[in-house]
Design a protein around this ligand. Sequence first.
Ligand SMILES: [Zn+2]
Length: 175
Amino acid sequence: MFRRDASSDSEEAGDRPTRSPSGFDLTPPAPDERERLEADLSPEEKRVLLQHGTEAPFCGGLLNNKQPGVYCCRECGLPLFRAATKFESGTGWPSFTAPIDETHVRAVTDRSYGMVRTETRCARCDSHQGHVFPDGPAPTRLRYCINSVSLSFVADGQPLPDPLGRGDSLSSELG
Ligand SMILES: [Zn+2]
């Protein structure tokens, strides 16, 4: 007999893989879990994460953070970027060359404001994170331009946030 998460059996349908290569459960939050996560967000976090807003440049709390660690989704806690891939882009927003795991960041075409851009969203809770542009430094030449308020920073050695109680953790080699 298989042991399953008590909360959501609606996600059992289909054969979509829900476990990322780095070992995280990417099953979207159930409606009641989502309600709980959203209740924990500040008005500014809601505006960016849920309504695709953008924080003002050079104001974000994580822009100049250079500590070693991991940047996680502010809403659901999924690890999205490693500090080692953060770089100073001069744009005023935290910038990264690559996600911690390709499957943790979802790219969506964004045609708002008369531009064609690639929006990035958390692959688990679908919250808005920022955009990715093809003008970054080596090795990827990509620039993930992310809002500080979309992220929670976890310093090396600290436990990852796990608001969904999934019990996932990064293997030590990734930290
Ligand atoms: Zn998320």
